[in-house]
Design a protein around this ligand. Structure first.
Ligand SMILES: [Zn+2]
Length: 289
């Protein structure tokens, strides 16, 4: 598991991960012909792409904010196999957090960018005991979820039923640890959630701004760097593809104005990057450690 730490002004951002899974390239590239995307990205023999599951711990003003919780371990053995997760690859996020120096009780806030299974699967886990009820593994944390995201996840349709699972959020409410927020919201004076719709109706990115520096965790608004360079390339997963394009334009306008660092959640190569102008276009330059 990787652990990378960056400073944004006074804020410390730890990039931790829930491991890596394999996902079908059709989901990421949607309508884009393989002839085009395969010039930039290599799929395996089954047309799958390696997919990072990055999460953040943001330390700001005494708060430790965990952004997203990965896939967790509640999936069936069949789904586990499809994702390429071995039976021994369990508690990946908790191990990454431990490597970064955090125990579960250290987390004050968990913020979910949205409630798709690869972003909130680690929100809950079976407890010890006879019936092993699902409980939040972060005992002190309040979990912040957007109101419309919770509504859409609570009443999934034929298309979203395969990724919205109540086991990932209902136990939070039962434990009294769920905080429903509505629209853009400040977590501290330096950290805010920015509603960036398209992938889902109220997907949220996380913006960090301190002492003139800024960074954004893009979540699934822009899961891979190449999708920021090509506005028309929109994942098949997105429920409102035209809104996704508008959101990407807004992110580019903000990020170039403030010279922000971009943190990508799923790109296996580019974890942190920045936008630079090249031949009248914006391209993402990787900022390696
Ligand atoms: Zn995702």
């Amino acid at each position: 598991m990787a652990h990378r730490k960056i400073k944004v002004g006074r804020v410390t951002v730890h990039i931790v991960d829930d491991g890596q899974v394999w996902t079908d390239a059709g989901g990421l590239f949607g309508l884009v012909p393989k002839r085009l995307w395969s010039r930039f990205v290599t799929a395996d023999a089954e047309n799958r792409l390696p997919t990072a599951l990055r999460c953040l711990v943001i330390e700001s003003q005494g708060q430790r904010i965990l952004v997203d919780t990965g896939y967790g371990d509640k999936m069936t053995p069949r789904v586990r196999e499809i994702l390429g997760l071995g039976p021994d690859q369990r508690d990946r996020l908790l191990h990454s957090l431990a490597e970064a120096g955090f125990g579960p009780e250290d987390i004050d806030i968990v913020l979910n960018t949205h409630l798709h299974a690869d972003h909130c699967g680690g929100n809950t886990r079976p407890s010890e005991g006879p019936d092993s009820p699902l409980v939040p593994p972060f005992p002190r944390a309040t979990y912040w979820v957007q109101r419309w995201e919770l509504a859409d996840a609570s009443f999934p349709d034929e298309r979203t039923r395969g990724t919205y699972f109540s086991e990932n959020f209902q136990p939070l409410a039962q434990a009294g640890q769920l905080r429903v927020v509505d629209g853009d919201v400040w977590l501290t004076d330096e950290v805010r959630a920015w509603v960036t719709p398209g992938h889902t109706r109220s997907h949220q990115c996380v913006v960090i701004e301190s002492e003139g520096e800024s960074a954004i965790f893009l979540g699934d608004a822009v899961p891979w760097a190449i999708l920021l360079e090509r506005l028309a390339w929109v994942p098949a997963y997105d429920v409102e593809p035209l809104v996704s394009i508008r959101t990407k334009k807004q992110i580019i306008a903000w990020a170039t104005h403030y010279h922000a660092r971009l943190i990508f959640q799923h790109d296996p190569e580019v974890d942190v990057g920045t936008l630079v102008a090249s031949d009248g276009k914006w391209i993402v330059r990787h900022l390696p450690e």
